[in-house]
Design a protein around this ligand. Structure first.
Ligand SMILES: CC(C)(COP(=O)(O)OP(=O)(O)OC[C@H]1O[C@@H](n2cnc3c(N)ncnc32)[C@H](O)[C@@H]1OP(=O)(O)O)[C@@H](O)C(=O)NCCC(=O)NCCS
Length: 154
């Protein structure tokens, strides 16, 4: 019996402009104030690490990493609703941290809304610590929301 027949094919690959329809389908569901396709294009054109996580060639998640000297900054991480809570966000974040290490970065930073409990729980479980607060960083329905700045040594 071939036990590999039902094994899903899981892979990371670089994001291209042609992937943005699939990316935006996830982005607009996941964020109340989503990035635009133009924001993703800017990241691709700027040379940021723009990674897709695919299962059987369907995009189920993505992350964007900006590197400046020895600092890595996670600008976006997102997993499709149907695939949340199954460990894929952790897998994606670990991959971005590994890329940061391989590129010689010493620390990784990110901003997160204080209300985003699932993301903060993930970051803390991986070793991120709160480094500070950025007042009024995010748009919100009732004005602005602060960002928690988190960081981890790579
Ligand atoms: C944040 C996000 C990427 C996590 O991805 P995910 O695949 O759902 O997360 P995982 O299944 O890998 O879970 C990893 C850990 O996150 C935490 N977590 C995930 N979902 C959670 C929830 N609903 N409540 C509390 N903690 C949660 C847990 O610590 C979990 O570890 P455990 O399963 O061992 O308990 C995903 O929820 C997402 O795309 N959210 C919308 C976009 C977003 O907010 N991105 C972050 C912007 S800063």
């Amino acid at each position: 019996m071939n036990t590999q027949l039902n094994q899903p094919n899981i892979s990371f690959r670089e994001m291209h402009a042609s992937d943005l329809d699939a990316v935006m389908q996830i982005e607009i569901v996941n964020f109340p104030f989503p990035w635009t396709a133009g924001n993703f294009k800017d990241s691709i054109n700027s040379g940021h690490i723009c990674l897709l996580l695919e299962i059987d060639e369907a995009v189920i998640g993505y992350a964007i990493l900006m590197m400046v000297l020895d600092e890595a900054h996670l600008l976006n991480i997102s997993v499709s609703s149907a695939w949340k809570g199954k460990g894929w966000g952790r897998h994606l974040l670990n991959q971005m941290m590994q890329i940061g290490r391989e590129k010689g970065c010493l620390n990784m930073f990110l901003e997160v809304r204080p209300s985003n409990v699932s993301a903060i729980t993930l970051y803390e479980s991986i070793g991120f610590n709160e480094m500070g607060m950025r007042p009024g960083y995010y748009p919100a329905y009732n004005g602005r929301e602060n960002a928690v700045l988190m960081g981890v040594a790579l």
